[in-house]
Design a binder for this molecule. Structure first.
Ligand code: ADP
Ligand code: ZN
Ligand code: ZN
Length: 703
């Protein structure tokens, strides 16, 4: 016992708070408390001149060495109306922080609803009281659920018998959602406290899915968690999940961090979707964390993870091949409908300047006349990617980015899709005064306009003109516009829907018999090695919107088709696509990846640096690279030279990146852990002046 010992009633606690990134303050701060506290408790603590929300992480028997107890501040109020965050939750965020190289406080606190940060204890108590007293949820409609198909039965049987992660490889329209619903239903019945987390890529795009869950589980409390909620809604939903009142949480990637004390099942729908990977802050993969979390929870009570897709990520596919995941196949569509037949349109044999092949237009005309719908996919919004002057070569570049500003005809603006910079279209070329400046390339806006022209004489069965609509980020900006556009499509108000990849995702449109991809080739030759995987998935998903109602197709006597316009019809990707053969495509891609030691065979991290000048960004990366010499794991790593990012300048900030690769994930992790503090220390070096920020992206999705 030393005389520095606090009064006998006081204890020491390490509290995790949000500290500025790279502040070097460490993961937690030590406080004293006159009251007993539990790990996971939410507390208010002084930090500098303000008070902030913190999470009690560990209790200490004595203050850490070097800490002056007299200088140690005391914990403020405890939010003791809220039960502490349990150990598994704390382990999950600690793992995510470690793995993705971010501060624990940043990851842990940003996993909580922001409204919790400013809430006083009394306000919180009032909210909780209201929650407890809130009326029982309305009951669902009386639609009885469909009897499961044999494939679905089989999948459910297997699910029941395994504790392994399961990859549900089910064709589009095979009824994967029904499997999720049934699995959840069974669990809720068997365990009166069990909770289920269902993750979807983008909740607004699939209001149908949410409706199906609400309908089926009305009595069990279904809440959603996503960035579209108001702070008050998000707090309420979070609390009901944390208190165990909500049995089903439906959310986007952020929901992986929801506190669910009785979590027994995690579903990741469309697990291949890139939006599961965060592109800011801690760049976590919610899919990968789902697998990790299920294992963590299983140390307590069995928790299953179910990844579903018609085009799984190559990572998950590979894991299934290796036997780490259990693969369940549902190859047939509900109702026995066929997948669309591929019709490759060889653009080399079309009339000059063809945008949409005449045969494709004709096919749409015929379908509209029979009351069927068509979907046209184009991966570029706006009217044209760039405006150009043919006299002097001027192009509508964004003044702040190394990118073109996109021409939007509808309001005659040039908009940069990277920084948002918007200007009016000039009346003449700003360089030479030529009045004839013209759009180059095409976006969804132009395709919509052209289709409307090409289909002007076409008629619907009721004799009315064919209606063309567009679905992209521009037409869905205002609140409710996405929902109303989707509703129009479902109601048959629209005959031809043009859009970006948004149109391909998850929708259960019932009357589509034709899907067309207008401008496909970009994805075939992009420098990004994941581009073919993404293109294949996109085309398969888009194709999956067609022919979903087998009875309708049969009644119509129609054929279901996927039209793909390409200059490279011989490309092997199309051969696999024609057979809807994802396994063959995956095998071929995995072979290439294995040969090049790329993911999932090799492991990558990317360091990105942003600076006032490209030289400064690269200079910092070079320093960083040198500073890595001799660190643990370094011998098993390749550090590539710094290069400018694909879009080098955004909003007047220059960006560069450096790739790290290793055949060993542990070696890469060990290196990053040792490197991180070294990089922070580099900030003080004079050579790094001009550096604005840097960040590490572990398992980057695009390089
Ligand atoms: P996926 O998610 O695999 O694309 P869905 O779960 O959306 O497929 O199912 C496709 C369609 O089939 C939906 O309209 C759904 O309501 C319907 N469906 C699913 N399972 C059954 C079943 N067992 N019996 C009848 N209809 C079903
Ligand atoms: Zn000019
Ligand atoms: Zn810009």
């Amino acid at each position: 016992m030393t005389e520095l010992q606090p009064p006998s009633s006081a204890i020491w606690v390490d509290v995790v708070v949000t500290t500025p990134a790279h502040s070097g303050l460490g993961d937690s701060l030590t406080y004293r408390s006159e009251r007993p506290l539990t790990p996971g408790a939410l507390v208010r603590v002084p930090l500098g001149t303000r008070e902030t929300l913190g999470i009690v992480w560990t209790l200490r028997d004595e203050p850490p060495a070097g800490l002056d107890p007299a200088q140690t501040r005391s914990v403020g109020a405890t939010l003791d109306a809220i039960p502490p965050l349990n150990e598994r939750w704390r382990e999950l965020v600690a793992f995510a922080a470690r793995y993705y190289q971010r501060a624990l406080g940043e990851v842990a606190l940003s996993a909580l609803p922001p409204a919790l940060r400013d809430l006083q204890t009394e306000q919180l108590a009032r909210r909780l009281k209201k929650l407890a007293a809130s009326a029982p949820p309305p009951s669902g409609t009386d639609n009885p659920p469909p009897a499961p198909s044999p494939d679905q039965e089989q999948a459910l049987e297997t699910l029941r018998a395994t504790i392994q992660p399961v990859l549900l490889f089910g064709t589009t329209g095979s009824g994967k959602t029904e499997v999720y619903l049934r699995a959840a239903e069974r669990l809720l019945r068997d365990d009166p406290h069990a909770q289920v987390l269902v993750m979807v890529p983008e909740i607004n795009l699939t209001p149908q899915l949410e409706a199906r869950f609400r309908d089926r589980f009305a009595a069990h409390g279904v809440v959603s968690l996503h960035s579209g909620l108001t702070p008050a809604q998000r707090l309420k939903h979070w609390l009901t999940a944390h208190l165990g009142q909500a049995r089903i949480v439906l959310g986007t990637r952020m929901a992986i961090f929801a506190s669910l004390p009785r979590l027994r099942l995690i579903v990741v729908d469309e697990e291949h979707d890139p939006s599961y990977k965060s592109q800011e802050g801690a760049r976590y993969s919610a899919r990968d964390l789902a697998v990790y979390r299920a294992r963590l929870e299983s140390g307590h009570t069995p928790c299953q993870v179910l990844l579903g897709s018609a085009t799984p990520s190559l990572e998950s596919w590979h894991a299934a091949e290796q036997g780490r995941y259990l693969r369940l196949a549902m190859p047939g569509r509900i109702g026995g409908g066929a997948l669309p037949r591929l019709r490759l349109v060889d653009m080399n044999h079309q009339p000059r300047h063809t945008v949409i092949a005449p045969a494709l237009v004709q096919a749409m005309v015929e379908r509209a006349a029979r009351g069927e719908q068509s979907l046209v996919l184009l991966n570029r919004r706006g009217y044209a990617p760039v405006l150009a002057c043919h006299d002097c070569g001027w192009k509508s570049d964004c003044p702040h980015c190394s990118a073109h500003a996109v021409f939007h005809k509808i309001d005659r603006t040039l908009r940069c899709h990277h920084c948002g910079h918007t200007t009016r279209v000039p009346r003449a070329c700003p360089e030479c005064g030529n009045l004839d400046i013209t759009p180059l390339g095409r976006g969804t806006e132009q395709i919509e306009e052209q289709l409307a022209g090409l289909l002007a004489d076409a008629r619907r069965p009721d004799g009315q003109p064919v209606r063309v609509a567009r679905l992209d980020a521009d037409t869905t900006r205002t609140k409710g516009s996405l929902e109303s556009r989707l509703a129009d499509m479902h109601a048959g108000e629209v005959d031809v829907l043009v859009g970006t990849q948004m149109v391909a995702k998850g929708h259960d449109f019932r009357r589509i018999t034709l899907v067309a991809s207008i401008n496909t080739d970009g994805g075939l030759f992009a420098s990004d090695y994941r581009a073919p995987e993404r293109l294949f998935a996109l085309l398969m998903q888009a194709a999956g919107r067609a022919g979903r109602d087998a009875a309708f197709v049969a009644e119509q006597g129609s054929s279901v088709e996927l039209w793909v316009q390409t200059w490279y019809p011989q490309h092997p990707l199309f051969a696999a696509l024609a057979r809807h053969d994802y396994p063959a495509f995956a095998a071929q891609q995995l072979e290439e990846r294995a040969a090049a030691q790329m993911p999932p065979y090799g492991h990558q991290a990317l360091v990105r640096a942003e600076a006032r000048t490209q030289e400064a960004a690269q200079a910092w990366l070079t320093l960083a690279s040198q500073a890595g010499d001799g660190l643990p794991g370094r011998n098993h790593l390749t550090l590539y030279p710094p290069v400018p990012t694909t879009i080098q300048r955004v909003a007047n900030v220059e960006r560069a990146q450096m790739l790290l690769e290793s055949p060993s994930r542990p070696a890469l992790q060990a290196f990053l852990a040792a490197w991180q503090p070294v990089l922070q220390a580099l900030r003080t070096r004079p050579e790094t002046r001009g550096l604005i920020r840097w960040a590490i992206d572990v398992d980057p999705l695009s390089i």
